[in-house]
Write a protein that binds this ligand. Structure first.
Ligand code: NI
Length: 177
């Protein structure tokens, strides 16, 4: 078990494209996933991508149930997703507030596709294929963006809706990132 430091926005490693994983079910892969789980849970994150702990591979984890950082969000099943591919079902987008463990203490209003299909593999090389919508679809898009070197502030169309949690939401109890 190891909690790793999370790279912060500005670190050039976060801007690189990640490489696909070629071998499943290896001790190195399981150990990396355990580190990511420990790190995400220690920070109450809804998701984490491998490049955020400095590993340039196409691996994301996400899941949220009773997360104090996202108290109103729908439950998202805990998922380990490798070499993901997203397909958008239609053009409908909606805006929603996002945070990121690499941008601590801040939130921004980001448009995302409402519905999507995501495909990839689990750590044992078993196929994953799911449809998702709403917060679940948002989390998947946010995490998979990390694999392309994209962080959510780059997707904010109006920077009036980007700022510090306590300034944007005064008086509301939001967990510190
Ligand atoms: Ni993030």
């Amino acid at each position: 078990m190891a909690i790793k430091p999370v790279l912060r926005y500005g670190d050039p490693k976060l801007l690189k494209k990640s490489r696909p994983i070629k071998q499943f079910d290896t001790p190195e892969l399981h150990s990396l996933i355990q580190d990511m789980k420990d790190t995400m849970h220690s920070l109450n994150g809804a998701g984490l991508a491998a490049p955020q702990i400095g590993v340039n591979l196409q691996l994301v984890i996400f899941g949220s149930q009773d997360n104090p950082r996202y108290p109103d969000a729908d439950a998202v099943p805990f998922t380990i997703l490798i070499n993901p591919k997203l397909t958008f079902v239609n053009d409908t987008q909606e805006e929603g507030w996002e945070g990121c463990l690499s941008v601590p203490g801040m939130r921004g209003l980001v448009p995302r596709y409402v519905q999507l299909k995501y495909q990839g593999w689990d750590p044992f090389g078993k196929r994953i294929s799911r449809v998702a919508e709403g917060f679940h679809a948002r989390v998947v898009q946010h995490e998979c963006d990390h694999l392309q070197g994209i962080l959510y502030p780059m997707r904010i169309p109006d920077l009036s809706y980007f700022g510090f949690n306590d300034a944007l939401f005064p008086g509301q109890i939001l967990e510190e990132d």
